[in-house]
Design a protein around this ligand. Structure first.
Ligand code: SF4
Length: 332
């Protein structure tokens, strides 16, 4: 692994939401990871596991009902520490995001080019002619002719609008790009083009500008196609994290194993299994392992002791007692 320091480090990130009837929901629980320039990590898990909340917290874009603790270190500087004051200089310029359904979020009465230019103008990075020329450059980068900047959103196809949303997120040359389900609702061909685009941006810009990509998705084949690392989330926690290939071939958490088994095989030669049960409620205290009621490998300590982070293999960590030799090895 490269000796370069991480470009982004998330440290013990927690998010709670106040509930209307009182009480709170602990949506993100102790999320910690770090990534170096040019890395592409997939953040995967079932709906409601905390993926989107994690990246919205990293951008400082959660609603007022949310409380956040922990650190988001960008090149070593904690951008969460002072709230909006410390995040806003970095939002869009150093850390940027493609929102879920971004292709439908363009203002219909403004040109695509004017909307792509907005973050640059906001950060004082370009105005007038320089902004127009940068917009054309960005459109070319995502495979759209630069002279289409004066078109309106309805003149673009869904795939082109999604590419334009990526161009907008790249406008200020960020170091980190957070992409939330960027291919949902696109047809298979357009999806493949967008994924190819993300890989090429990360590899070409990875050398030049250090673009690091975090891809949020529930779609494991998409992660396998695009990412070199994966973090599997369950009930607000990262339960397994490591190289994509290592997690796929040697999962160290039963949830990851079951998640792969529940993914249709493109060749159709494996039976697709479902994961029984449902995730636990996050507005209640969880005793023991949050995955225990659904786990086919649970054993005695799982019902009383919450598993901590363990690294059974260098660079591959999991929160599961099966990785704790003191619990699994029989006394001689
Ligand atoms: Fe299953 Fe126990 Fe591991 Fe939890 S700690 S995933 S219940 S084996």
């Amino acid at each position: 692994m490269s000796a370069r320091p991480p470009v982004i480090r998330v440290e013990d990130l927690n998010v709670w939401f106040d509930l209307p009837g009182g009480g709170e929901l602990h949506a993100v629980q102790g999320v910690t990871f770090e990534l170096r320039a040019g890395a592409r990590m997939g953040l995967v898990g079932e709906s409601g596991c905390g993926k989107t909340t994690t990246i919205l917290a990293m951008m400082g874009l959660l609603p007022a009902t949310a409380s956040v603790s922990g650190k988001v270190l960008l090149d070593g500087e904690d951008i969460l520490v002072g709230g909006e004051e410390t995040i806003s200089p970095h939002r869009w310029s150093d850390i940027s995001m493609v929102f879920q359904g971004a292709m439908n979020a363009f203002n219909p009465v403004r040109t695509i080019g004017a909307q792509i230019a907005e973050p640059m103008v906001l950060h004082g990075m370009a105005t007038g002619k320089s902004a127009r020329s940068r917009v054309a450059e960005l459109l070319e980068l995502v495979g759209i002719a630069g002279d289409r900047a004066n078109r309106y959103p309805h003149e673009f196809s869904g795939g082109m609008r999604q590419r334009a949303a990526i161009a907008m997120a790249l406008a200020c040359s960020p170091k980190v790009l957070l992409a939330d389900e960027p291919t949902t609702a696109l047809d298979v061909m357009v999806q493949a083009q967008i994924l190819e685009l993300l890989v090429s941006l990360s590899t070409t810009l990875g050398q030049e500008l250090g673009l690091t990509v975090i891809l949020v998705t529930h779609d494991l084949p998409v992660v396998a196609q695009v990412c070199d690392r994966a973090a599997v989330m369950y009930a607000g926690e990262i339960v397994e994290m490591g190289g994509m290939s290592e997690i796929y071939h040697d999962p160290r958490h039963p949830y990851s194993r079951m998640l792969f088994a529940a993914t249709p095989d493109l060749l159709g030669d494996d039976e697709v299994l479902s994961i029984p049960g449902a995730p636990p409620r996050l507005d209640r205290e969880i005793v023991g392992c949050p995955f225990r009621p659904r786990c086919d490998s649970a054993f005695e300590p799982c019902s009383t002791v919450r598993p901590g982070r363990r690294e059974p293999v260098a660079g591959h960590e999991a929160r599961c007692h099966l990785n704790d030799p003191s619990l699994t090895e029989l006394p001689s």
